[in-house]
Design a protein around this ligand. Structure first.
Ligand code: SF4
Length: 715
């Protein structure tokens, strides 16, 4: 056969196209990547477990407040996979994307591998003995100067023995200034304390409800205990449970709800009170609620929240309010919940109390399918710390008030002389994060107890690196909207990889170093001894089963709870919050949460980041969602780069024009814009917390900021 030039070129081109379209190149690339991972001695050696039989260690995940039971598969000494623990009361074998990515947080390069001290702005390795001795000397100087109350601590978690030990240390040193980063659980506890006369935890019996009204709560976007919420949602298909989602953006939760009501951001309490108005007006409530204290005040209060007025405030049509109230009241076991997104930031007291009142009107408190109010699961019964004269003097000083107040005071460089951060990253997670960074920077001694080189650790003077959650034993109290709270026990899955320590041991060792009454306040040899003593006779069950929970009967305060409810605090909260509705002519910036992105004190592992849509993060730029009407008014087009400006700061972002967000709203994802960790996590997008100013709730004092006016300019 004669092959001329034309035939030859056709043959070559055809061969190239055929090869490109065949799976061969992709198969080859796949094989090469697998082979290369097994090559030892390459510049980048990918760790591959040795061959061998698999073993499993059961523990608990503490990457979010969900508290799922996990079972970690190991080959030899290496953990290779995280699975959900079947039969565990929270998640029964389920696990989320972040949960399975936990190995990247264990083995990732952002771990701090040994104690560090900052010298002339640079991190230097230091021994544990030297670090603890120097910190103890600095604290002794502060106490000797007569200012023990200027020692402060911020914990990423409120509950459990480890935060309890740090609080005890700060008290024994003579300071009342211990704070945790508040979450919506704290807002519920506060509201329960005010409305029922005693502090308590709140859970929800989603599994038995037939109508769930979510006032902003992202029940499929990481709210509560996320795996449990996914499982409850799946069961609703069979049970016929209806869900209505109130929020300004078509989130994953809203997309899967029976109805989406895009109310104006920050008006959830108004909508709840508007529904209460219709329910009372039409006599659709459970008469038990009339036994509550000041029920008359509730009736008088909600009389003002007519559908017409609420429609004007919320942007929700009057007929929608009427219809929703009728549907909610007609359900046999209706349930209302609040707490925006993942619920990691507190909601305003008025909103939480209005939600509780709505449940009370339906008789949905402490009954099947309703809101479950229970006493706090308070299992830590230690003796009071031993106080010397310096500590007694310091503790008589007034505490800072709120965490925001503490950081405001810290900014002057003298009110806070020493600050401990316990697995907390306020320089990233708190609103107006830029100002928070400056405040932390102004404190003469900052000690970060953390596993990671996060934004706050970066600002510290010492980092005392901690075992990760897969390397340590610790109690993990789980409320997370569970019907029945429980305490889990995390167990070491692997031996510590680096020169790290257990946070409980670090605190006890620092107390020893301080000596005197502070050391005397910590009579335990080590953290494990403290843990065993804390649980006493229950230790055997806790360590064998991995959890203990209160029985249902113990949990319920009583079945006639509504009779002791007091609606006065709700009326007061409404009076104190009047006029706070934002009537900005500008668009409103609203943060949103996603299951794929960790938005609190841990960075998002690369495995999760890889799953994010390129309409959320493209290269290193994030998109904000903007309604077409708003985009047209602002003169911005889809895909354009713009500068957003709020009272707190500016940021450059890209615009995703979509009708999946309400007009007048600019929705920005949380969890981006890290400036610390490593190249996998930092430098991607914008931290929305830098654009939000703190907003102190006039009743609870929590920072409840969730929305701020925003202007666009073309970048
Ligand atoms: S939902 Fe939370 S606790 Fe459960 S696996 Fe995911 S990150 Fe861990």
């Amino acid at each position: 056969m004669k092959i001329d030039r034309r035939s030859f070129l056709t043959l070559v081109a055809g061969g190239a196209v055929g090869t490109a379209l065949s799976p061969l190149p992709f198969k080859l690339m796949d094989d090469i990547s697998i082979w290369s991972q097994n090559f030892r001695g390459l510049p980048i050696e990918v760790p591959v477990p040795e061959d061998g039989p698999a073993t499993y260690v059961d523990s608990v995940c503490s990457l979010c407040p969900g508290g799922c039971g996990i079972s970690v598969r190991k080959i030899g000494k290496r953990a290779v996979k995280i699975e959900g623990r079947p039969g565990y009361p929270v998640n029964d074998g389920g696990v989320c994307l972040l949960g399975i990515s936990g190995l990247q947080l264990l083995y990732g390069p952002w771990r701090v591998t040994g104690p560090r001290k900052k010298v002339n702005g640079k991190w230097k390795p230091v021994s544990w003995d030297q670090a603890l001795s120097e910190i103890a000397d600095r604290l002794a100087d502060i106490r000797n100067s007569g200012r023990p109350h200027s020692i402060a601590a911020i914990s990423g978690r409120a509950k459990g023995t480890v935060p309890g030990l740090l609080k005890r240390f700060v008290s024994a040193a003579g300071s009342p200034n211990f704070f945790n980063i508040p979450a919506n659980d704290d807002a519920y506890s506060y509201a329960i304390g005010r409305m029922f006369g005693r502090a308590g935890a709140v859970g929800f019996d989603f599994e038995n409800s037939d109508f769930v009204l979510c006032l902003g709560s992202g029940i499929l976007d990481g709210w509560g205990s996320p795996v449990r919420m996914f499982q409850a949602h799946s069961s609703w298909k069979n049970s016929g449970t209806k869900t209505v989602q109130v929020e300004p953006r078509l989130s994953n939760t809203a997309a899967k709800a029976d109805a989406w009501i895009p109310a104006k951001p920050g008006t959830e309490a108004d909508l709840a009170l508007g529904l209460a108005n219709v329910i009372i007006r039409d006599g659709m409530y459970n008469r038990q609620v009339e036994r509550g204290r000041a029920f008359g005040r509730l009736v008088k209060l909600v009389a003002d929240y007519t559908p017409a007025r609420v429609s004007a405030t919320t942007g929700v049509k009057e007929e929608t309010i009427e219809k929703l109230a009728a549907q909610f009241a007609a359900a046999r076991r209706p349930l209302a919940i609040c707490g925006r997104g993942k619920g990691h930031t507190p909601s305003p007291a008025r909103e939480v109390m209005a939600t509780i009142a709505l449940n009370a009107l339906m008789g949905s408190i402490n009954r099947s399918g309703g809101m479950i109010v229970s006493p706090e699961f308070d299992y830590i019964k230690w003796d009071e710390p031993v106080l010397d004269q310096s500590a007694r003097t310091g503790l008589s000083a007034s505490p800072a008030g709120t965490l925001t107040d503490l950081l405001k005071q810290a900014a002057d460089g003298s009110s806070v002389q020493a600050l401990f951060l316990l697995e907390a990253n306020p320089a990233y997670t708190m609103h107006d994060a830029g100002t928070v960074k400056k405040a932390i920077d102004a404190v003469p001694l900052v000690v970060s107890l953390s596993s990671y080189m996060d934004e706050s650790s970066n600002l510290a003077d010492y980092i005392l690196p901690l075992h990760s959650y897969l390397e340590r034993m610790e109690d993990v109290p789980v409320t997370a909207a569970l019907k029945i709270p429980l305490v889990s026990l995390s167990k070491p899955v692997v031996e510590p990889l680096y020169d790290t320590r257990h946070p409980g041991d670090v605190i006890i060792q620092l107390a020893r170093e301080m000596g005197g009454s502070i050391s005397d306040s910590f009579g335990w040899d080590n953290y494990e001894a403290c843990l065993r003593q804390t649980f006493g006779a229950k230790w055997a069950k806790l360590s064998a089963d991995g959890y203990i929970r209160k029985s249902t009967l113990e949990t319920f305060i009583d079945t006639a709870l509504t009779g002791r409810m007091d609606f006065t605090p709700l009326a007061e909260a409404c009076a104190n919050s009047s006029g706070r509705q934002k009537n900005s002519k500008d668009a409103l910036l609203v943060p949103y949460d996603s299951m794929r992105i960790a938005a609190d004190n841990i960075g998002t592992p690369p495995f999760c980041l890889k799953t994010v849509s390129d309409r959320v993060l493209k290269k290193n730029m994030i998109y904000v969602d903007v309604n077409p009407v708003t985009a047209r008014k602002a003169g911005v087009a889809d895909g354009r780069t713009v500068t957003l400006e709020t009272p707190a700061g500016k940021a450059v972002v890209m615009v995703n024009v979509t009708d999946e967000v309400a007009p007048g709203v600019v929705a920005m994802p949380r969890g981006f814009g890290h400036t610390a960790y490593d190249d996998y996590i930092k430098g991607k997008g914008v931290n929305v917390n830098e654009l939000l100013m703190p907003e102190e709730d006039p009743v609870s004092g929590f920072d409840v900021a969730c929305v701020t006016p925003v202007k666009f300019t073309k970048a």
